[in-house]
Write a protein that binds this ligand. Sequence first.
Ligand code: B12
Ligand code: SF4
Length: 538
Amino acid sequence: MTDIVFSSITTPVGIDCEDLTRFSSSEHMYTHFMLEQDCFGPRAQMDHWPLELIAANIRAPSVVLHWPNMRQLLYEIKTGDPKYVAIQVTTPTFERAENMTRAIKERFPHVKVIYGGYPPEQGSADVMIKGEGISQFRQFLGEEPRETTQPTFLLGYKWLGHKVGSESGLLFEKVGCQNGCDFCATSAFHGKKGTYLQSVDQMKQLMAKYLGMGVSNFTIFNEDHLKDKERNDELHKHIKSLDQLVNITGFSCMDSIGQYPIDDLVDLGYYHLWTGVEDFSPHYSKNAYPRVKEFVDTMHEHGILLILSSIVGRHTMKKEDCDAVIDKVMGLGAYANQINILTPFKGAPLYETVKITNHRYKYYDGHHLVNEHPTMSAAQVEKLQLDAQKRDYYELGPSLVRAVDILFNGYRHFKGTQAPRMKKRVESSASGARQSLPLLDLAIAKHPNPVVRERTKALRAEIIEKVGTPEGYALNGKLVHLLGFLESNRIKLEKRFPSWMRQPKFHRVEYNQKAKHPVSYRPPVYATARIATDLRIR
Ligand code: B12
Ligand code: SF4
């Protein structure tokens, strides 16, 4: 018995088609800013955890489908006979969601469709839920408000086609952001105040659960995690009391990060932070360039990796302003750079102040200019952004090598420390650098820029001199070369045949089901073929 089928958009994704561009995919870093990084880009399938978060916090029996194709979705509806299908929608995936809804309604007219997340409008859905989803979905079902709980979710990255390092346990801490930047969808949809999804005690319990599973890397979803100092002081006290060291990836603004002594951040394990620097203009006072530069240099010197998000193409920016932003970003030398085209999402204040010229939602993907620009054409801005990605790889080298260099600063900077926890971090930084030597060799062999190759050689020499080589270095080196060669070729094929080779894996999770689903979720070929023919699915 299923009341609700929660679903992501259907596959295929990551390809240019009638209702989606290739930039809407199941991967974040790779698709948006590492496509030019040959075999060195980190790869990860990301699922629709918010759907599971909602499913886990209601009483109704439900099924969550991550990345089904249209046949799998329709088969689930046919066999589960739900009252509702709830789809996670963003602006650029809205057209796909509309096609899903049309297909559902044609075949199952009694089923009500709900859009949630970031839908720009209700479209053909029966219900639209914008903003915090758990409380609103409960309200919709007539359930009373109560504390939320979070299941454990793991995210692992692949390098050279293989899972490397341990997975990261996800912690959904908060939705919304108080800064209210004019283009920002999350701030506009969730309100400036935002909503905490978990208390500090709940975060501690969830961390303990992950640690019990052998997972000590965490990714915290909160647009500005380090903003609330009082709350974090409590969490940090707990982290310091743990027997084990943890590593934390988080999103935060420069000013919020600056509230903490940097040695403390390192000690706590904040090794990977994602920060918006936007366009360094007075629009975003947080980001005057000299301050940003000083901040980035300090973080790097202490071994903290940064992903910097910046924007180009604002209607007030001329071509030379965009070039200047890209030059400045390159000058910061961060581990990774997400350079997006400023997108006026419907609902965000910017939408009201620019003249929209492209009304096709699929193009609101951060890679297309959709509003009028007085001095640049859409093609010009789009080329500028794609060229910046190429430049990022060519001039700064593979992100992987940058990461090794910056993380090794943890060793360089703290090697004399007497503090026991920091000593352990220094050891782990040395060991990480040793293990990465075969990857540096691969970059030296493969990277097209001689300057990057020389820089990487110098880094390799320094690591060998200071911390030595790992066991089996020669053999591992050969293996990594082989994997690099195979992965490069696989990526070439993947770029040629994305609908076949670049699709996320479908999976299905049940919540609150009393009995096991009566049928296998893998639809028999004959059944799905019939449904597909009935519906003339493309
Ligand atoms: C991780 C992430 C991804 C991951 C996984 C998505 C996920 N978590 O489900 C991947 C890589 C797959 C992804 C892909 C895309 N993403 Co994305 N993603 C994010 C990111 C960084 C975090 C999302 C998150 O998990 N937050 C924590 C959870 C708890 O919050 P939440 O998502 O807001 O969910 C809450 C509510 O919104 C609501 N809710 C969410 N979904 C649903 C569904 C239903 C039915 C209901 C009722 C409620 C509901 O309930 C949740 C609890 O309150 C956000 C930015 C951000 N910081 O939020 C962008 C963001 C959501 N992504 C965005 C976009 C555009 C995309 C893509 C279209 C890619 C692109 N072209 O940029 C694709 C499309 C994928 C798809 N099939 O839908 C935009 C949406 C903007 C907009 N207005 O449309 C955001 C806001 C980033 C941005 N550019 O500003 N993304
Ligand atoms: S700081 Fe980032 S998350 Fe917060 S409102 Fe601005 S763009 Fe959005």
